[in-house]
Design a binder for this molecule. Sequence first.
Ligand SMILES: [Cu+2]
Length: 126
Amino acid sequence: MRLWRVVLLLNLAVGVGVLVGWLAWGQQIPRLERRLLESRQQVLIVGGEQTWIVKGVVRAVIPEIQVVVLTHEEIPGFMPAGMTMGFKVQNPKVLERARVGDVVRFTLKGVPPAVQITALVKEGQS
Ligand SMILES: [Cu+2]
């Protein structure tokens, strides 16, 4: 093979490679844009303020730090059922009538994981 043919073939191969790469990227970009949009929408859903009304049982009341420890039912999209954990209350008055063993229905509000109890109503005794 003559040298000019080798050079021509090499140029052709590089040219085809660049073209294929460019076409692949051309298809990739709309896909990436769609992904970005999807993830932005997910962030919007996850990042917004949410309110839940959940049942639970009071395990401890710690007014000094405005915390009530509850075993709670499922908090949809946030936490599974059966967890025992402390929640901050927005207003310490909410804790005044809460006693260990109370079955309560509480309102949880905030942007997860920064949530607070805004209301707590006794429903019975466990
Ligand atoms: Cu929990």
